[in-house]
Ligand binder design. Structure first.
Ligand SMILES: NC(=O)c1ccc[n+]([C@@H]2O[C@H](COP(=O)([O-])OP(=O)(O)OC[C@H]3O[C@@H](n4cnc5c(N)ncnc54)[C@H](O)[C@@H]3O)[C@@H](O)[C@H]2O)c1
Length: 328
């Protein structure tokens, strides 16, 4: 059996990855410290005998001995997906974010190197900052404010990419290149779907919950800034394809259908059947104006493109939120 280790297993994306890997026949060992995740997200995975979970901080040494699958199957792969990702968290827990994508990346890379395992790190469209090129291709280097309120996230993700790509290149030992990490870097664009926290502060849950409770939909700035929203089942399909492929360049995974936030607010009203008015709030500092992935690499090398449109994805997310919030 192929055994993989995943950090952030109880998070929104991490838990969907666990479910897909288990469905594909992997044995999965997962850790999470629940800083933004929840054990409820693992309800399906925990029923599976090929899954083992431990509450653990990724910044601590990885406790391989506590997991049964390490003895049985060694280690085939590592998914490093632990990291709070909401702009609200950038103000509340910035040092935890800085730690998990620096120290946590180093710990998980060490683990993968020890077992000569494949490695994939969750990077983000935020490494492009407020992009000056559009749509964003992977060879664009970005426009990031290193000292702004988003820097704890954007810059630590850039550090993670630098660390992982350095380990993949290998360090010279005399005339020879030393050990090389078998690495993949996925740059994830805005993703939404079931298991997001309704109070998470990201735009999808924020507007959905406001519409569900008949409150005005709050839009930062004029609402002309764009985002491209990818449904979670499409995203995790792309991530697992990248992990299983031999493609080793950074790869955008996201939905290239671009919407302004105002258009998105209308789609939310339509999904909920509400007619909440828009309430404009001050623009967020350093908020990117345009965000849209170029997915040529994913299409060409992984045969991947998203399948779920915004209306369908919002319907599924709404159903999940009704359950989470116990609303009919
Ligand atoms: N959702 C998106 O739109 C999006 C976009 C770009 C990148 N990403 C990246 O994808 C990954 C998952 O994001 P998500 O949206 O599922 O967020 P999430 O907050 O739902 O998941 C992150 C998980 O990591 C856990 N975690 C955080 N720090 C930890 C630590 N030190 N030790 C152990 N567990 C820890 C949290 O408890 C949580 O369960 C993150 O790396 C994030 O940066 C997400």
């Amino acid at each position: 059996m192929k055994h993989v280790f995943i950090t952030g297993a109880a998070g929104f994306i991490g838990s969907h990855i666990c479910d897909l890997l288990l469905k594909k026949g992997y044995a999965v060992s997962g850790i999470d410290n629940f800083i933004t995740g929840s054990k409820k997200n693992l309800a399906e995975a925990l029923k599976n005998k090929n899954f083992q979970f431990l509450e653990w901080d990724t910044c601590e040494p990885i406790p391989e001995k506590k997991f049964k699958f390490f003895k049985k199957h060694k280690l085939f792969g590592v998914f490093h997906f632990a990291c709070p990702a909401s702009p609200v968290d950038f103000a509340k827990i910035p040092f935890e974010i800085l730690a998990v994508d620096s120290l946590g990346t180093m710990r998980t890379v060490d683990l993968a190197m020890k077992y000569k395992a494949r490695y994939i790190v969750a990077s983000t469209s935020e490494i492009y900052g407020d992009p000056l090129e559009h749509p964003q291709k992977e060879d664009y280097w970005g426009n990031v404010n290193t000292i702004g309120p988003r820097a704890c996230y954007d810059e630590t993700k850039r550090f993670a990419e630098a660390y992982v790509s350095t380990a993949a290149r290998g360090v010279m030992k005399g005339n020879k290149v030393g050990k090389q990490l078998n690495a993949r870097i996925v740059r994830i664009f805005n993703t939404y779907g079931p298991r997001m926290r309704p109070n998470d502060g990201r735009v999808v849950p924020e507007l959905l919950v406001q519409a569900m409770s008949g409150k005005p939909l709050t839009v930062h700035g004029e609402g002309k800034q764009t985002r491209s929203f990818c449904y979670v089942s499409d995203l995790v399909d792309g991530i697992v394809r990248l992990f299983e492929s031999d493609f080793k360049q950074p790869c955008n995974i996201g939905n290239p259908t671009e919407n302004t936030i105002l258009e998105f607010a209308q789609a939310v009203n339509k999904a909920v059947g509400s007619s909440s008015p828009i309430q404009h709030l001050p623009a967020r500092e350093d908020d990117p104006r345009r965000r849209c992935p170029d997915i040529t690499r994913a299409k060409t090398h992984l045969g991947w493109s998203p399948k779920v449109g915004l209306d369908e994805g919002l319907r599924h997310t709404l159903e999940d939120f009704k359950k989470q919030l116990k609303v009919k």
